[in-house]
Design a protein around this ligand. Sequence first.
Ligand code: 5GP
Length: 180
Amino acid sequence: MKIKDLEFKKFITAAKINEKIKELGAQLNEDYQQKKPLLLPILNGSFIFAADLIRELKVDCRVSFVKHASYQGTQSSGQLNTLIGLNESLFNQDIIIIEDIMDTGLTLSKVINEFGTLGVKSVEIVTLVRKAPARAHAVQPKYIGFDIDDEFVLGYGLDYDGYGRNLKDIYKALLPETTK
Ligand code: 5GP
């Protein structure tokens, strides 16, 4: 399949994603049974994952979408803009950050640092995908859908320059080794 200038091939099927989301939902239901977590999906990429995961939850919870942008094309720009859209007070809350994919870990570590000053009760991360470089990072998600190599992926909410979010499966780019 071609999107813009890149070839992609199917990588993680919709069926596998659905199965994994049920597992993650069951873990969260178990771990948060006595709590009322505030879920913070990070837009845009996590919107489909969040919608599916949240519908697996049986605990009392609230959802507030937040947004930043640190990615252009297939390379992380290394910049993180301030989070926008956060209208709730995080004080004394059990926060669950819902991320689509963790690559360098820069985005999540900045978000976690920002939260550190806000008096949260607890903060955990659930990420659908963790890429190889993220495994070396100090900040680690407690809940991980899929561990993958350093591939550029799209589909199921993840985009390539805005395209591909609508795909039900996750695809990986067939990149020349030098640009990975
Ligand atoms: P990090 O700060 O961990 O390097 O990057 C995290 C963000 O970069 C993710 O939330 C996601 O938006 C974007 N990202 C990282 N890797 C990929 C990828 O393989 N595909 C897509 N579509 N986005 C990615």
